[in-house]
Design a protein around this ligand. Sequence first.
Ligand code: ADP
Length: 316
Amino acid sequence: MSFLVIAYMLFALLWWSVLLHKKNNQTYQYQVELYKLDSSKSEIDLLDLEAKFRRQNTMILGESIVFGLMLVLGIYFLYRAYQRVILASQNQKNFLLSITHELKSPLASNKLALQTLSKRKLDNHQQDELIQMGLAENERLSTLVNNLLMSARLDQNYQFHFSNTEINSLIRESIKKIQNKYPERKINIISNGETNVEIEIDQAALDSVISNLLDNAIKYSPNQSAIRVSVKEWKTNIEIEVLDEGIGIDQSERKLIFEQFYRVGNEQTRTSKGTGLGLFICAQIIKAHQGQIKVTNNEPQGSKFTILLPKKQTNA
Ligand code: ADP
């Protein structure tokens, strides 16, 4: 329907322009006839008439082109805004589906674990397995709630508290927490130069960034593959990279993944768990630190997330 309206508007514009051009031609012809009948007019008057006719024709053509272009541009911007609204609503629907699943599954498995523990006589090893499983599910739930809280806070102008922090120790702490959650995964940290570089950051927020990137690196790569974190010091910036050897991210998705609730693929067919909040949180936090975050290919495979952070915050 909207395409019909657009086509009608463009056609009407074309039609009115042609009509105006024809009317201008006719008026000119009448004026020439009148000129011929009036013997008091000179050659200069005819030249004036001609010049006026050409000016008006150029004006009609110019106005039609400008008006047509504005119309096309306006339609283009409207279309883009419309697409963004559609994507946001799709993401929100996906989010509701995934959050329901994310909340239900740890609750269900913890309930099952507790029921088994209370009803059946189990040996120490079995008990320990169930307890570890419960703790891991609890940890997942707590990460999820933290992300929800952080995302809500960021939406409502979260107040960042910047303080001088040794970046390497903060990263090591974040890695330690993730390794408690996934003890089977190996994460290496590589740093060049000084290992105790101090930079001005909000510690809780940056911990959330590193944890989210590591969580994703683990989630989207095979169990045995390596994960690396590298820290490089530049003159005024610190560069942090999180590299995995997983499924990688298609070029066309690299901007979208930083949007709130966006997840690659379809909610019904996707197997990985998540809410599409992690990278949105990372992007918002890095922006608030006057830094940059981007994703590229890792070689020979996987993703490489690169963060650039200024050592000092200007007007923080
Ligand atoms: P999610 O909760 O889905 O992990 P994120 O915002 O953290 O949400 O990530 C958004 C999407 O980006 C994910 O659904 C996933 O498809 C993709 N993604 C994020 N990190 C990686 C990675 N390291 N490797 C491959 N894909 C990734």
